[in-house]
Design a binder for this molecule. Structure first.
Ligand SMILES: [Zn+2]
Ligand SMILES: [Zn+2]
Length: 281
């Protein structure tokens, strides 16, 4: 009989809540509970582990923090035998500190295999990786794109702390397979008339740096990007009063810096062009 947990996929718990629910320790990645006959797997992406989704298969790194991992070691053995030992296995992913996202019950999707990863002492060692799939043929839930981006930022922060040699070694031994996961995102459809108007108005000149577009496309049109002064993601409107055409370089600048003075400069352009006293975007 399966453990009755009443969790919904995508539900977010704190670490103590996970421990309380499954009656397990809260201190490891693999948590065996005899009381609920479960094995809880925690994949903490805020740490430098290499767990990853490849389509519908989750590649989970086993336990053992130093040296080569062994398949007969503690919960590695439990997981490796989970086809036949009757233990229910559940997966949580952590993308932001202390937010444990319930992904569902998982099953082995194939034989565990070995790969090289770094241990705590930054030595390359052999780990066991368990390919897992969700039970009942379910597909992984789509997580918000923002959350994935937050995770990537965290991992970039970790990467920045490594020395050049450490970074080179990690980059060399990283899985070469592209990590893929389905995410939800808000795709805004843009009004093509607004876009086209902004480009015609700019007439091949970037409206921020006022230099000509860096190149022409195959049709001979100057290559400019349209940009919303107040971002659509922040509630900006898709109107000609909020849309400018700028060069790719300035577009990056707007999305990376979004500086007050650049925004004012673009707003002034719009005001002057439409002979407006004020604009509210
Ligand atoms: Zn420019
Ligand atoms: Zn933009």
């Amino acid at each position: 009989m399966s453990f009755n947990h009443n969790l919904k996929v995508g539900q977010v718990l704190t670490n103590p809540q996970v421990g309380e629910l499954f009656k397990s320790t809260i201190y490891m990645g693999m948590r065996r509970s005899l009381e609920t006959n479960t094995l809880v797997l925690v994949s903490d992406h805020t740490k430098l582990y290499e767990d990853r989704w490849e389509g519908n298969i989750f590649h989970y790194t086993g336990m053992g923090k130093k040296g080569d991992q062994s398949l007969s070691f503690h919960q590695n053995k439990t997981l490796a035998e989970s086809d036949t030992n009757g233990v229910d296995v559940y997966l949580f992913e952590v993308l932001r500190p202390n937010e444990y996202i319930f992904m569902g019950q998982v099953l082995l999707a194939g034989e565990p295999y070995q790969e090289e990863q770094f241990d705590e002492d930054k030595n390359l060692r052999k780990v066991w990786v368990f390919p897992l799939k969700l039970a009942d043929g379910k597909k992984p839930i789509k997580l918000p794109k923002k959350l994935i981006e937050a995770k990537e930022k965290e991992r970039e922060k970790l990467a920045r702390k490594l020395t050049y040699e450490e970074l080179e070694a990690r980059a060399k031994y990283a899985s070469k397979k592209a990590v893929s996961r389905t995410v939800t995102s808000n795709n805004f459809e843009r009004n093509p008339f607004v876009t086209e108007y902004a480009k015609r108005w700019a007439n091949g000149i970037c409206q921020l740096c006022e230099r000509p577009a860096p190149f022409k496309n195959k049709k001979g049109e100057p290559h400019l990007h349209t940009h919303h002064i107040k971002w659509l993601a922040n509630g900006g409107e898709d109107s000609i009063y909020n849309t400018v055409a700028i060069c790719p370089n300035c577009h990056d600048r707007m999305h990376i810096l979004d500086s007050e003075s650049d925004v004012i400069q673009l707003k002034e352009k719009v005001k002057k062009h439409f002979r407006m006293q004020t604009i509210s975007l």
